[in-house]
Design a protein around this ligand. Structure first.
Ligand code: COA
Length: 339
């Protein structure tokens, strides 16, 4: 059986209108703009509107990606949403997005790997498409993290933001150069207590609408992200350093071959450590952390979208995507830009 090559043919992003700055946070918790900027690189983040849910963010990003690709929802064979903050426990947010976009019949499902959701999703979809299962797939990372952080916990609430990023992927025959080269994925559940979100008041599961109703920005958080920040930081730097080396070795490439690093946007210091490991200047790194914060599974496609829209990507350039997440779950993808 001959394998296909998978190309990214469209990309889009969406950020809700409301912006929460570090100065705004100074009025809510015991923190300062300087502390947040120095320790994380974050200056502001977008916050979902009260009448929005994760699927609304996903739909807006997906529509932009479809338009960018010049295709419609009727041309899509499968739809995957990576999210930690689904609209409901079930049905999947992907089926909600499919319906809101006017799609029918093709398969749609969610993937949950927290901040690594998009990197995991790209690996999964690439494998399915290569084997000929689908011709054109819509892959989205969408999150409303503001609904699951405890807005009284200064160690975590400063980090997260809301948004969505989406890509349209298409197969062509394997003789085509460029496209997705491959991926590596890892998880180690023995770290699961270092970064997690549990419903402490109501065992409701991940239902963002319940959270929206009960736990607005102004109330004490109840379904809360809990994190041992400095331990997460230490493991993230180590695992990301090794996963970028691993993926380059796997595909017989070296750090000097990489044109762009598109990292998960958790903390500028983690990003700088990975760039240093790859001997890359920071001007070759897609950075959105200052204005988006950590948008979990949306952060990698949003950063790629901003890089694309800045006009700096050129056909044939080698791009390394990477992410690290609760679980811990982490991974990386390599692709040659083909748009
Ligand atoms: N404002 C001011 N001070 C704060 C603060 C805030 N928002 N949050 C924590 N502090 C304080 C702590 O209470 C602590 O004070 P103490 O020394 O008096 O006890 C001090 O700052 C240092 O805390 P620490 O947690 O050790 O800081 P840090 O340098 O590790 O930075 C994070 C904290 C969260 C920014 C950092 O650990 C981090 O980014 N970790 C990784 C997070 C991440 O990437 N998560 C997602 C992975 S997908």
């Amino acid at each position: 059986m001959s394998l296909n090559t998978v190309h990214l043919i469209g990309i889009g992003g969406y950020l809700p209108d409301r912006i929460l700055t570090n100065k705004d946070l100074e009025k809510m918790i015991d923190t300062t703009d300087d502390w947040i900027k120095e320790r994380t690189g974050i200056e502001e983040r977008h916050i979902i509107a009260e009448d929005q849910v994760t699927s609304d963010l996903a739909v807006a990003a997906a529509q932009q990606a479809l338009d960018d690709a010049g295709v419609s929802i009727d041309d899509i064979d499968a739809l995957v949403v990576a999210t930690t903050t689904p609209d409901m426990i079930f049905p999947s947010t992907a089926t909600v997005v499919q319906s809101k976009l006017g799609g029918k019949d093709f398969p749609a499902w969610d993937i949950q790997a927290v901040c690594s959701g998009f990197v995991y999703g790209l690996a999964q979809v690439d494998g399915m498409m290569r084997s000929g299962m689908f011709k054109r797939v819509l892959l989205i990372g969408a999150e409303s993290m503001s609904r699951i952080v405890d807005w009284q916990d200064r160690g975590t609430c400063i980090l997260f933001g809301d948004g969505a990023g989406a890509v349209v992927l298409e197969t062509s025959d394997a003789s085509q150069a460029n496209g997705i080269i491959g991926s590596v994925l890892h998880a180690d559940g023995s770290y699961r207590d270092l970064l997690k979100a549990e419903h402490v008041r109501r065992p409701a599961g991940p239902d963002a609408r319940l959270l929206a109703a009960d736990f607005s920005l102004d109330s004490a958080g109840a379904a809360a992200v809990e994190m041992k920040g400095n331990e997460v930081f230490r493991v993230a730097v180590t695992k990301l350093g090794s996963v970028v080396n691993e993926i380059l070795a796997k595909y017989e490439l070296t750090d000097s071959d990489i044109d762009w690093l598109v990292p998960h946007q958790a903390n500028i210091r983690i990003i700088q450590a990975t760039a240093k490991k790859l001997k890359m200047d920071m001007d070759r790194v897609a950075l959105t952390v200052a204005s988006h914060g950590n948008t979990s599974s949306a952060s990698v496609p949003l950063a790629l979208n901003e890089l694309y829209r800045s006009g700096r990507l050129e056909k044939g350039q080698l791009i390394l995507l990477e992410a690290f997440a609760g679980g811990f779950a982490w991974g990386a993808n390599l692709l040659r830009w083909s748009k």
